[in-house]
Design a protein around this ligand. Structure first.
Ligand SMILES: [Zn+2]
Ligand SMILES: [Zn+2]
Length: 199
């Protein structure tokens, strides 16, 4: 389960290790480390190389280039959040902005979630709340629409994350959750999050 509030797991651009630091780090020091760059797509700047301008969680803009020129950025729409596992920063000479360069072999591991970063951070809390399903202590399964905790709660079939309460009001609660409470706009993102971080 990702904790989007943890800056060690989800660093801002200038908190990332630089590629020089990674190259000089003892291999065993990084072997088990897991971190992801979250950045919101601002502009697709592709000219010759697939390139995006993105914004990190502190509001800083930087360029990301994909060294695999066949990388398809169609899904990387403005306002969506890209996820780069074990991201590195490339510092350049004095006066030039640092960039992020994704090596060809790593391009496939970059993902995009159809949500703004702020929305994604909120969804992190939803997921935390729903971790009752994983048996986390002190967490109770709860209908996402009416808050009821008893009876059998059925998972949303789209994302498999949020739950709605039993037979009698299932449809009512699902409908309410979907339209009134905005699950319609979160369902796909929750599914994407669960695909990237399965546990
Ligand atoms: Zn309910
Ligand atoms: Zn759903």
């Amino acid at each position: 389960m990702p904790d989007f509030t943890d800056p060690a797991q989800f660093p801002a651009f200038y908190e990332l290790p630089s590629d020089a630091e990674i190259a000089n780090a003892p291999a065993e020091g990084l072997a088990g480390a897991a971190w992801w760059m979250l950045a919101q797509v601002k502009v697709n700047m592709t000219l010759t190389k697939p390139t995006l301008i993105v914004t990190d969680r502190r509001g800083l803009d930087f360029a990301v280039t994909f060294e695999d020129s066949s990388m398809d950025l169609k899904g990387y729409r403005k306002g969506y959040t890209m996820v780069v596992p074990r991201a590195q920063r490339t510092d350049r000479e004095e006066g030039k902005k640092a960039v992020m360069r994704i090596e060809a072999k790593d391009c496939k591991s970059v993902q995009v979630i159809p949500a703004k970063m702020a929305q994604l951070l909120e969804l992190g809390q939803v997921l935390d709340m729903m971790s009752a399903d994983d048996g986390a202590e002190g967490k109770v399964q709860k209908c996402a629409a009416c808050g009821k905790t008893e009876g059998s709660l059925a998972r949303c079939t789209g994302c498999g994350t949020v739950r709605y309460c039993s037979k009698t009001c299932e449809q009512e609660c699902q409908l309410k959750g979907w339209s009134e409470l905005g699950h319609k706009s979160n369902c796909k993102s929750l599914k994407a999050i669960k695909t990237i971080w399965p546990s």
